[in-house]
Structures are given as structure tokens and as C-alpha cells.
Design a protein around this ligand. Structure first.
Ligand SMILES: NC(=O)c1ccc[n+]([C@@H]2O[C@H](COP(=O)([O-])OP(=O)(O)OC[C@H]3O[C@@H](n4cnc5c(N)ncnc54)[C@H](OP(=O)(O)O)[C@@H]3O)[C@@H](O)[C@H]2O)c1
Length: 404
């Protein structure tokens, strides 16, 4: 059977459904599945929070006997291997589905093409590549980690009408309005980790969490590039590190176990848990020590105090994203949001390690002491194509992407 406009609209619905659990399925992709019988949806599901069960068995269970002779729409090729769950291809066969429509073929070598072959061998008709560009976008984190061994990187910048992203010494400057800020909260909620430079962490004292009612539990892991452990103990990031994980990426030169250790990605990946707080005495910290400026304490005391507050310190050259990103992928981070500042944005752009740019342009003008944006709409790097423009109140969001 050839692919029809009906197939495309059911696949579009499956892709929309898959986005619901973005950032919440651990190392598994968030997949959407619809079971359709005689033009009616009889079962639908998205990969469960945590990554299991997969979408297909849940949708099939909902459809029950109605799955026999039905068409299944799946955003990613059904798995064919016995992992922690039985193969989804086997479940589709067992329920008697007549046709399977797939958006994206799985790059995982344990699955690639085999799920499709298994279905065809069982006499099921298979059409793949339906709405593939949209499907790939919805699976960007998973596909990037599988094929490039690093997270999918989104750079978000808010730029004033005169091309500034902040003002020297002014802390957080409101550039965008509430509608744009709400949109950024939604983006954070579907992202595994968020990263800022130490300049931003100190000057803005950001929280970097999701505060949208109902989505608070979806805050990403917070990462600060902080070569010499300058993050203030009184910062909101440190103060909330027990609620939402904070990773400080410090220079391997200050690693307590020597300069060589910590360079390799496995140093970051050794502990797949987001955080492993040090419990115990905070040596070198007097009563009220948390209010001491970090710079006034010696390195070991800062290290101990940060860890005692629940911050995880990893030693991996913070200014080599080509080393840092695979290390983050090793610990299961598939999507990363870089939120600045200027130097950090430039670092990722110059390394060619940005996949998507979200540029908010606001009517606000920042005068004296303005910090120039590393980027504006006129100098988007080659290789990026504009994929959307939207207004949020008075602010305009332009989105640019590179091919996956
Ligand atoms: N509008 C927005 O979207 C947005 C978002 C976030 C932050 N901001 C603003 O950006 C400003 C902070 O920007 P920033 O550029 O100063 O800070 P940053 O990017 O957050 O942090 C940069 C810090 O890292 C150091 N560094 C050294 N080598 C580096 C390298 N190769 N790559 C990157 N960083 C390196 C810098 O040290 P040196 O100074 O010694 O070079 C600097 O202290 C704040 O005013 C904040 O409000 C705006």
C-alpha cells in the first residue's frame, strides 16, 4: 500500500504524542505509537517516564483485540532485540497488526533494519520514512547521542534591539517578556541538561529550573563551566543542589587525584546517577561558612563545601566541549541547552557543536555597558537553515537548525 495523507496525519499525531515525554525517558527515546483500525484510533501511547515500558506494548494493550488487522503508527522503528523488555516487533506480530507505518529507522545497530525485517518476515506490511524530517526532529536527542556520541545541543540567546545580551555588572537584565520566558521554561522541561558559564552563574545567580506549575519535577540537570570552583556557596544553584542536581565542570588541573585524572569522558560517565553528594563534615568550614565568598576560601575548602552542599564536581577541561559532550552522553544526557553567557555561547559555536539556535529578539534597548551578543540574525553560521519564526508577546523567536 502506498502512503496516504491519512497516514501522514496519524503519524503527525504520533509525533505530537511522542513529544509529551521528551526529557523524561532517561536514555531511551520518547516514542509515540497509535493503533488505528478502520480510521479510528483504538490505542495510543508514549514511552513511559523512565524509558519503560516502550510505547508499542502500551498502545497494543489498550487496543486489545481491536489491534488485529489494524495499522500501527510508530515514530521510531520497533525494537527487535531482547533488552530489558521483550522486542516490540514481536508484540506487534503477536497482536496480529496488519500494517506498520514508521517515521524513522533506528540507528541503534541492535535494531537498525532488523525490526522492519522481523515484521515483514511475519507477513506484516511495512512503510518507513513517513514524515521523517519531523520524526527525526522529535528524536533529535536520541539520534544525536546514538550517531555522534554527544547530546543534541540547543543554544538559546535573548538579544536586545541593539544586539546586546546583558549589561556589565548589572546581573540579570530582563530582555524578553513573560510569554517568551514561559516558552523557555517549556524548552527546559523537555531537555536533559542545561549549561551556563561561570560568568553567568556569578553575575545572574540563576536558578535554571522549571517553575511552570505542574512541570516543576522536570527541571534539567544544571551544569556550570567553572574551572577553578568559583561558584559561590550562597548562589541559588548551590543552595538548591539537593533538590535539582548541579554539576560543576572544573579544570582537571585542580583534580584532587592529580592532573591526568578526570580528562577522559569515562570520568564523567563513571556514575550514571546525576549526583553523588558527599555526606559528612565540611572541613575548613566555620559556622556560617556558606556565606563566605568562594574566592576567600582555599581550593580544598571550596571543593568540600560544594560537595557537602550536594554539588557534583567533575574534572574535565571545561573549555573543550568536544571532550565534555561525549562525557555527558556517556552518562545518558541526550539533550543539552546552552543558555550563555556570551563567551560560553561563542565557545560552543566556534567548536561547531551547536545543532539548533533559538534566538529571541526583544524590543528592549540596552545602553551603556551592554554585552554584545555573539550572534544575531544576520550572522547565523553557515550550515544552519531557518526552521521557524514565532512571536511571544513583543519578542520574536527565530529558530535555526543544522541537519541531523
Ligand atoms: N541574554 C541572554 O540570553 C543571556 C544568557 C545568559 C547570560 N547572559 C549574560 O551574559 C553575561 C555573562 O557572559 P560572559 O561571557 O561574561 O560569561 P559566561 O559565558 O557565562 O562565562 C564566561 C566565563 O568563563 C571564562 N572563560 C575562560 N575561557 C573561556 C572559554 N574558552 N570559553 C568560555 N568561557 C571562558 C571567562 O573568563 P574570562 O572573563 O577571563 O575570559 C568568563 O569568566 C551576563 O551579563 C549575563 O547576564 C545573557
Amino acid at each position: 500500500m502506498s502512503v496516504t495523507p491519512h497516514d501522514e496525519s496519524f503519524m503527525a499525531a504520533a509525533i505530537r504524542l511522542s513529544r509529551r515525554h521528551l526529557g523524561r525517558t532517561a536514555t531511551n527515546p520518547s516514542v509515540g505509537c497509535l493503533i488505528v483500525r478502520d480510521g479510528v484510533v483504538v490505542g495510543q501511547a508514549v514511552t513511559a517516564v523512565g524509558g519503560r515500558p516502550h510505547a508499542e506494548p502500551q498502545a497494543l494493550a489498550e487496543a486489545g483485540a481491536a489491534a488485529r488487522g489494524a495499522t500501527a503508527y510508530v515514530t521510531l522503528e520497533p525494537c527487535s532485540h531482547h533488552g530489558k523488555t521483550p522486542p516490540c516487533a514481536e508484540a506487534l506480530i503477536a497482536y496480529g497488526v496488519a500494517r506498520v507505518v514508521i517515521s524513522v529507522t533506528d540507528p541503534d545497530p541492535r535494531v537498525s533494519g532488523r525490526g522492519i525485517a522481523m515484521l515483514r518476515e511475519a507477513g506484516i506490511e511495512v512503510d518507513a520514512g513517513v514524515l521523517e524530517a519531523d520524526g527525526r526532529r522529535s528524536l533529535a536527542g536520541y539520534l544525536t547521542r546514538q550517531t555522534k556520541n554527544r547530546p543534541y545541543v540547543t543554544l538559546k540567546l535573548a538579544v536586545s534591539a541593539n544586539g546586546m545580551i546583558g549589561r556589565e555588572g548589572a546581573g540579570q537584565v530582563a530582555i524578553t517578556g513573560p510569554e517568551a520566558r514561559a516558552e523557555v521554561q517549556a524548552l527546559r522541561a523537555e531537555t536533559d541538561a542545561i549549561l551556563v558559564g561561570i560568568g553567568t552563574a556569578i553575575s545572574d545567580d540563576p536558578l535554571l529550573t522549571v517553575r511552570t506549575p505542574g512541570l516543576e519535577a522536570q527541571s534539567p540537570i544544571r551544569i556550570v563551566l567553572d574551572p577553578s570552583l568559583a561558584l559561590p556557596l550562597t548562589s541559588k544553584l548551590v543552595q538548591t543542589a539537593r533538590d535539582v542536581p548541579v554539576i560543576v565542570v572544573a579544570s582537571e588541573e585542580i583534580s584532587p587525584s592529580g592532573s591526568e585524572e578526570g580528562l577522559s569522558p569515562s570520568a564523567l560517565g563513571a556514575n550514571p546517577q546525576p549526583i553523588s553528594p558527599l555526606v559528612g563534615e565540611m572541613s575548613g568550614r566555620t559556622e556560617g561558612g556558606a556565606t563566605l565568598p568562594a574566592a576567600a576560601m582555599d581550593l580544598d575548602s571550596r571543593r568540600t563545601a560544594l560537595e557537602a552542599a550536594g554539588v557534583e564536581i567533575v574534572y574535565c577541561n571545561p573549555y573543550h566541549p568536544e571532550i565534555l559532550l561525549p562525557a555527558l552522553a556517556t552518562r545518558g544526557i541526550s539533550s543539552l541547552l546552552v543558555e550563555g553567557g556570551a563567551k560560553t555561547a561563542r565557545l560552543f559555536l566556534e567548536a561547531g557543536l551547536v545543532d539548533r539556535i533559538q534566538l529571541y529578539q526583544a524590543p528592549v534597548v540596552i545602553g551603556e555597558g551592554g554585552i554584545e551578543s555573539p550572534l544575531d540574525a544576520t550572522d547565523i553560521p553557515p550550515g544552519f537553515a531557518q526552521t521557524g519564526t514565532q512571536m511571544f508577546g513583543e519578542d520574536r523567536l527565530d529558530e535555526y537548525e543544522r541537519g541531523l
